[in-house]
Structure formats: C-alpha cells, structure tokens
Design a protein. Structure first.
Length: 32
C-alpha cells in the first residue's frame, strides 16, 4: 500500500515513516 505522510521530516512523522517502511509499505513524505 502507498502511504502519504505529511510532516515526514519531523520527529513523529519520521518515526511513522520508519514504522511503515519496516512493515513493507511504500511511503511518500510531504515536507515544506
């Protein structure tokens, strides 16, 4: 599944991105 994480470079967002990747998901992070 492809997931979009807003704030993917922040503290919580980065943890969410790592968790999703470790579970085999495709991730796109949105940052400003």
């Amino acid at each position: 599944m492809l997931n979009l994480v807003t704030g993917g470079t922040g503290f919580v967002g980065a943890a969410v991105v790592r968790l999703l990747i470790s579970e085999g998901h495709a991730v796109r992070a949105l940052a400003r």
